[in-house]
Design a protein around this ligand. Structure first.
Ligand code: AMP
Ligand code: MG
Length: 643
């Protein structure tokens, strides 16, 4: 294997660039394009794929980078190059990571090759570029190392995370704890980074033709090292969210439906209230409408008012009570002119047809009166586009007198299962075969999400069959969900075919269950579709669908929702290794102390689907967390409402 296929390139563009007038360094115009594009052009031929670390102007970087991932720091607050390195190592799908700064447009063409040779020869953790620098003609040349031009082992991630956790941020100091190989380069220029606009101008030469587009990452199908920690779940979610965009607002992407048909659909346009709700001041109770000024003020006193008539809901009220008078009123009836309070019937005493007595303190002035427009004001946004319509939303729209609404068209999602061992329920089960369960789970999850489902059945582990299924899915659907075939052991051509039809990333995630995941866009002619290649194991399918596919599909529908979690006391000890997020299936209930408690549903193997069917929640054990003891508080994601 050539050195190139072992290396992922990372362009560090995450700094604040305060000396650049706070315009991101990487985005500075330079010789007809931008600094980052120049760096990319030099770096891409030396590595198997590239990522960019940036913390601001992400859409702009993504626009320049095309399908190349743009990774913001995992740590908040511009914590320096080590923070960029951290997300780079989390992401890195290869054995080695090569970092270069975004302001080194002249970086050597043999940087990767020479650093790699030294790393191997010296069995080092890191290889750094060094140049000889002479301060002035008097002094001797001294070696200067360039810590951000570094080739590192991806397996250093846990050490880096420990170092960052201790509050340290200095790169050179971290390198001191590692085996470092230094490689002397001749070209001092190549490593001179640009810190000010003046330095940039000094380097600027007559513009060369603009670079049309960034070179695309050559191949994303490189194999991943067995012991690499993997990409953080949240980082993967962020990478997906950055790429997914809602269906465009064209008329063909929305439909007008009756209120009944709008349940569980996503609103395509704001609902503006045409009226005040309620339309007029009215009573919240059955009782007596009166002037607040008539209520008895001294303690232990009563007042008796004259009842001059009755106000009914749905009928106009023409009564105008004077001081000392009141009106018997029904809930929802318009408040008679001048009245501002309602005495509930059950608080009145000495009632006759014409008189009612009120004790001091029974109500305060203004009580039980609903104001016109207190629910909704005419002209205000009653529901915003992107709202997933639930029963009360239908009621609210109806309360405005609106009978039809514009909703997003249903998202079309094609799905299939892959594997030679799979048989459909109803077929005979030969030796060594299993029934395809994933397709039914996926069908259920997509249907619950309000998608139009396209079931493409079981696809054999066969290049031609896979190619045909993917092209067909791409033609019919907005998104594709597959299961199986993305793990390392899976037939290699599954990945190759996926990669040949588009830009796919194969991630190894720091999570359990659900370590492998493919994500990207598939193209066939003018058709395209987002693809989520879920793992084959049935529990992993559920978890990775909810974590990665669900939010993305909702985002495509123009809908943003987040899942509420809660804390519960675990009724048992749970073993857990730090360095990956774990999703255990649990049963949450109310403990003897009235507080939520949770226990796991038996064996938690990623193939044991019963662990999900018995569960009513997922216990989420965070990335850094170690084992938890009985009685500890854990985070819980309720399944009700999710499925
Ligand atoms: P793979 O990712 O294709 O290597 O599959 C991982 C595991 O999941 C294997 O044990 C497969 O047999 C199993 N598996 C894959 N697809 C399905 C499916 N559709 N239904 C049930 N099990 C599956
Ligand atoms: Mg398989």
């Amino acid at each position: 294997m050539s050195f190139k296929s072992k290396i992922t390139g990372l362009i560090l563009a995450g700094g604040r660039a305060t000396r650049m007038g706070s315009v991101d360094k990487g985005l500075q115009p330079f010789r007809g394009s931008t600094l980052v594009q120049h760096v990319l052009q030099r770096l891409a031929p030396q590595v198997s794929s590239v990522a960019i670390n940036a913390n601001r102007n992400l859409p702009r970087y993504q626009q320049l980078a095309g399908s190349i991932p743009v990774l913001p720091d995992w740590l908040d607050g511009f914590e320096g190059p080590l923070a960029g390195l951290q997300i780079g190592l989390q992401f890195c799908p290869t054995e080695l990571l090569l970092t270069v700064p975004c302001d080194s447009p002249l970086l050597p063409a043999d940087l990767a090759e020479r650093l790699h040779a030294a790393l191997v020869a010296q069995d080092a953790d890191v290889a750094l570029a060094v140049t000889m620098r002479q301060r002035d003609s008097e002094s001797a040349a001294r070696p200067q190392s360039h810590p951000v031009f570094a080739l590192l082992k991806a397996s250093l991630l846990p050490q880096l995370e420990d170092y960052l956790a201790s509050g340290e941020r200095r790169m050179e100091r971290w390198y001191k704890s590692l085996r470092v190989a230094e490689v002397l380069f001749e070209q001092d220029d190549a490593f001179s980074n640009i810190n000010t606009l003046a330095e940039l101008q000094a380097l600027e030469q007559p513009a060369t033709p603009a670079i049309a587009a960034m070179p695309s990452a050559a191949s994303r199908t490189v194999s991943v090292p067995g012991d690499a920690a993997g990409l953080h779940v949240t980082a993967a979610q962020r990478l997906i969210a950055e790429q997914i965009t809602p269906l465009d607002a064209s008329a063909s992407n929305s439909v007008t439906v009756s209120l009944h048909a709008a349940l569980d659909r996503v609103l395509a346009a704001d609902i503006i209230s045409p009226i005040n709700v309620p339309a007029y001041d009215n009573s919240a109770m059955d009782g007596y409408a009166l002037h607040g000024a008539d209520l008895p003020t001294p303690a232990d006193t009563c007042v008796t008012l004259e009842v001059i008539g009755v106000a009914y809901a749905g009928r106009p009220c023409t009564l105008t009570p004077q001081a000392g008078q009141c009106v018997r009123i029904m809930t929802g009836a318009a408040m008679p002119a001048g009245c501002d309070s309602v005495l509930p019937q059950e608080l009145a005493s000495a009632i006759t047809d014409t008189r009612v007595t009120i004790a001091h303190g029974a109500i305060t002035p203004g009580a039980n009166r609903r104001f016109a427009g207190e629910d909704l004001q005419a002209g205000s946004v009653a529901l915003a586009r992107g709202k997933l319509l639930r029963p009360a939303d239908l009621g609210l729209i109806a309360s405005l007198g609106i009978a039809e609404v514009r909703v997003q068209r249903k998202l079309r999602v094609a799905f299939f299962s892959t594997g030679d061992e799979l048989r459909a329920p109803g077929q005979a089960l030969e030796q060594g075969c299993i029934y395809d369960s994933n397709r039914y789970t996926v069908f259920g999850m997509l249907t619950r999400l309000g998608c139009e489902v396209i079931d493409l059945g079981i696809v054999r582990d066969d290049p031609a069959a896979l190619d045909a299924a993917l092209r067909s899915a791409c033609q019919q659907a907005d998104a594709i969900i597959t299961s199986g075939g993305v793990s390392e052991g899976a037939a290699d051509y599954t990945r190759d075919i996926l990669a040949s039809l588009g830009q796919l990333s194969f991630w190894k995630l720091a999570m359990r269950p659900g370590r492998p995941l493919a994500f990207g866009q598939i193209r066939d002619g003018s058709d395209s579709a987002w693809l989520f290649g879920l793992p084959g194991n049935p529990v992993a399918v559920v978890i990775s669908f909810y974590l990665f596919a669900r939010p993305a599909l909702l985002a495509m529908m123009g809908c943003t929702t987040s899942l509420p979690t809660l804390q519960a006391r675990t009724q048992m000890a749970i073993r857990k290794r730090p360095g990956r997020t774990e999703y255990q299936r649990g049963i949450i209930s109310r403990g003897a102390d009235g507080q939520p408690q949770v226990r796991l549903t038996g064996a938690q193997g990623s193939g044991i689907l019963r662990s999900v069917t018995e569960a009513n929640c997922i216990v989420v054990l965070a990335h850094e967390q170690a084992s938890v003891a009985e009685g500890d508080m854990v985070e819980v994601l309720p399944l009700e409402g999710l499925i």
